[in-house]
Design a protein around this ligand. Sequence first.
Ligand code: PA5
Length: 427
Amino acid sequence: MTVKLDLTNSGIEKKIESIKEKSFGALDKLLSKTGEGNDFLGWIDLPENYNKEEYDRIKKSAEKIKKDSEVLVVIGIGGSYLGTKAVENAIKPYFGKLDGVELIYAGHHLSSTYMVELLDYLKDKDYSLNVISKSGTTTEPAVAFRFLKEAIEKKYGKEESVKRIYVTTDKEKGALKGLANEVGYESFVVPDDVGGRFSVLTAVGLLPLAAAGVNIDELMEGARLGRKKYTTKNFEDNIALQYATAREVLYDENKAIEILVSYEEKMRYLAEWWKQLFGESEGKDGKGIFPASTIFTTDLHSMGQMIQDGVRNIFETVISIENPEKNLNINEEEANLDGLNYIAGKSVDYVNKKAMEGTVVAHVKGGVPNIKIEIDKLDEKNLGELLYFFEITVAVSGYLLEVNPFNQPGVEEYKTQMFKLLGKPGY
Ligand code: PA5
């Protein structure tokens, strides 16, 4: 079993019938490449036709990084880091790391304190840099790379530092590509037809993930499986199509906020990746479901009140992991001073599952429809499939909303205003 969808508590199962055809049309538009943004559909076939030469080079570079570095600094923002962080966090142990390097992120914000502390942290570490920017011109990673490049050159000297800097960018355009060509950094390509938020299964995600010890073959295998299942032109067999349709029905019923919920802390960054994927793809032309996320039971003690009793414009999508990686039983205690003997003999995951089931009942009762996505366990293969599942869903959802799911014109406005204030030439 891999990814499963359960709409029993969505309250809209019957209504789905009425827009089934429309969803089918949206999937058709996507797969026949006749919809808006059809020059950005390279991600659909990535799991099948990944450039073999580059894939092998990614693995070779990852092995080199593992040998000569303790840390790989991943410099990028938005789609150039979120997928990596999502998969890394879901797979690595809570305390410690996998059989690879520690990944540290930079260039994903402009905190000066972070940069000073990072430069200090790296002083006595052996490290490499992977600077990732499709456009090669994004301010945040460019600023971070300037500091980190100076630091690495100071530590190892010009010649050795060139062998420790990996560039992932456009195949020919952009400042970063120019620099890579001039200096001779090992470089990897973000394909023209793959947008940032759809790029986790390119070198953008694969190189740092492989260096961290994530099994990228399994990740790709999961995505391949996902491609087979979620491009199927059969509504009953295609749960990505069903999920997109359910979201459309709920949006029509004024459920304008979707909260992606997980009961596993390791999924926190998968939700961040999902928020970017859905937020940037759908939020345009005055339309779109606002993507939010919570980790339960943690956030039941903060956001729970609002979800249960606030404005009734929310629905929840819970990602449930059937089998936890590790589990432990609660022991019986003779004194029972904490009053917990009623759950003695039960596992912590059993309690977590009951919290999930109880919360679904409570929230549905409170007017919050519930969609459940289930995976049997958290591993690379299931994650690969889940990433692909969400990518197909968001593309179909975008076409159902009648927006172009593959552009992000709204992201430019803050840049223009910031550049004006900074006095960038031409603004
Ligand atoms: O999804 C997107 O296209 C964006 O979020 C980009 O990933 C982000 O702005 C970073 O862009 P770049 O990789 O060009 O530096």
